[in-house]
Ligand binder design. Structure first.
Ligand SMILES: NC(=O)c1ccc[n+]([C@@H]2O[C@H](COP(=O)([O-])OP(=O)(O)OC[C@H]3O[C@@H](n4cnc5c(N)ncnc54)[C@H](OP(=O)(O)O)[C@@H]3O)[C@@H](O)[C@H]2O)c1
Length: 238
């Protein structure tokens, strides 16, 4: 497949790393020159061109732009009928993207995450698209049923940063008690990843609730301190 990327920033670069080894012919835009140059050097099937050049050669185009840049840059590009567009732009509804890329077809709004560069990773897609499932067959595509569901998941995924902060706070605390910080972080990452991948959330929480145990006592402390209520309020405020 001939793939093109308009915007070669953080997320587009991670996705190119995930897709280039599959053998697609990929053109990336010359902005974020250091990313584009490094991708071109790393993969013989990745070339660099200006926005119009990328648009001209790609059958499927990915948009890795900020919303304002998209509104500014896209109308000038030579989109054509039959060309399909996958947008990564979280804050730009697909109907707006469609107006900017006509006569090409905006097929789906997709949220990949940076981990896709290194490992199997979840992606959120709205609406469902066979094209997205095909391109990201090695990953876990979560198709949303409605824009409301997409927006809810978009907010809920922001829990990742507080979760990482909690692990850092715990490892910093352990270091004050004499533990090696790196070893603690490696242990916590392995502990959290293995438990989450092995179990659904509700039974996992139940299994961690042994009365008087360390997990139950910390959970009670955080609940009484209002941490979980604050999380719900924060999600509502996003
Ligand atoms: N980061 C994530 O984890 C993530 C996940 C899912 C979705 N997204 C979405 O993906 C989009 C990009 O996010 P990002 O984190 O990758 O941001 P980013 O690293 O800032 O990337 C934006 C890219 O747009 C380029 N650009 C600016 N003006 C341009 C123009 N006129 N023509 C072509 N390219 C231009 C920038 O190039 P210069 O550096 O040269 O200015 C840069 O390569 C956002 O809409 C975001 O919502 C991000």
């Amino acid at each position: 497949m001939n793939l093109g990327f308009i915007g070669t920033g953080t997320i587009a670069t991670a996705v190119v790393h995930a897709l280039a080894p599959l053998g697609h012919k990929i053109a990336v835009s010359e902005r974020s020159a250091s990313n584009a140059t490094a991708l071109n050097a790393a993969y013989s099937n990745v070339s660099v061109a200006d926005n119009a050049g990328v648009t001209a050669v790609a059958d499927v185009l990915f948009l890795g732009l900020m919303p304002d840049t998209a509104r500014e840059a896209l109308p000038a590009l030579p989109f054509r009928k039959g060309q399909r567009i996958i947008s990564f732009i979280a804050d730009l509804p697909l109907t707006d993207v469609q107006a900017l890329v006509a006569p090409a077809q905006a097929v789906s709004l997709v949220l990949p995450f940076p981990a896709i560069e290194h490992t199997r990773s979840p992606l959120v897609a709205f609406p469902h698209s066979d094209l997205v499932t095909e391109i990201f067959a090695a990953h876990d595509v979560f198709a949303m049923e409605s824009e409301a569901e997409f927006n809810a998941i978009l907010a809920a995924q922001a829990v990742l940063s507080p979760v990482v902060q909690m692990l850092l706070t715990a490892s910093d605390w352990a270091a004050t008690q004499g533990a090696d910080a790196t070893k603690t972080q490696d242990f916590l990452r392995s502990l959290i990843a293995s438990n989450l991948s092995a179990s659904q959330l509700t039974p996992l929480l139940q299994s961690l609730g042994t009365t008087g145990g360390y997990n139950a006592r910390l959970h009670s402390h955080m609940s009484e301190a209002g941490s979980f209520t604050a999380l719900s309020r924060g999600l509502s405020a996003l």
